[in-house]
Write a protein that binds this ligand. Sequence first.
Ligand code: MN
Length: 201
Amino acid sequence: MFSLPKLQYSYDALEPFIDAKTMEIHYTKHHQAYIDKLNKALEKYPKLQKNSAEDLIKNLPVVPEDIRTAVRNHGGGHVNHSFFWQVLKKGVEPKGEILKAINKKFKGIDNFKELFKDAATTLFGSGWVWLVVNKEGELEIMKTPNQDNPISNGMMPILGIDVWEHAYYLKYQNRRPEYVDAFFNVINWDKVNEHFLNARK
Ligand code: MN
C-alpha cells in the first residue's frame, strides 16, 4: 500500500508564491486521491504492490492491461507529486554543476527561465513541464500531458512544475504565467543539482 510521503515543511513555507491553502489541498486531497486510486487499482495484483511507484511507471508495458491506464494516471500522479514537493523551497539560488550545465545548454539562467515559462504557459490543458536529463545526458525542457512522467520515456526529471489548475487556481485563477513567475522563487536548486548529479551517474 502506498501512502502520502511526509511533507518536509509547513503549508505556509512557500508563501506568498504558493499559498498555504493551495498547498494543503494539493497535498492532502489531490495527492492523497492519486495514492488511493493507485492502491485500489493494484488490489487484485498483490505481486505488483511490491514495486515502487517509479518502477511501475518506468515499465508500463508490463503492467496488466486492465489497470495500465489507472497505474499510468494515478501512479504517475503519486510519483509526480512526491517529486514536486521535494523540488520546492524558498530562497535557494542556482549554483554548482546544474548552473554550469544550464548556462552551457540554455545560454544563461534567464534564458532558461524564459524557455521554461514559455513551455509551461503554452502547455494545453493539464500536465507538467520538466527539466530532464535525456538519453544523451543532455538537459532538455519537456512537456508531458496529464500525470505522465518523463521516466516512462527513459528521461530523468530533475525539476518539474505542475500546471494543472488545481496547483494555482485558488491564488492565481486563470493567470498561469503569474504562477510560473512565482514558481521561479521557490525552486530548491540544491535538490535539482542533486537530481542532476544522480542522473549523470
Ligand atoms: Mn497537482
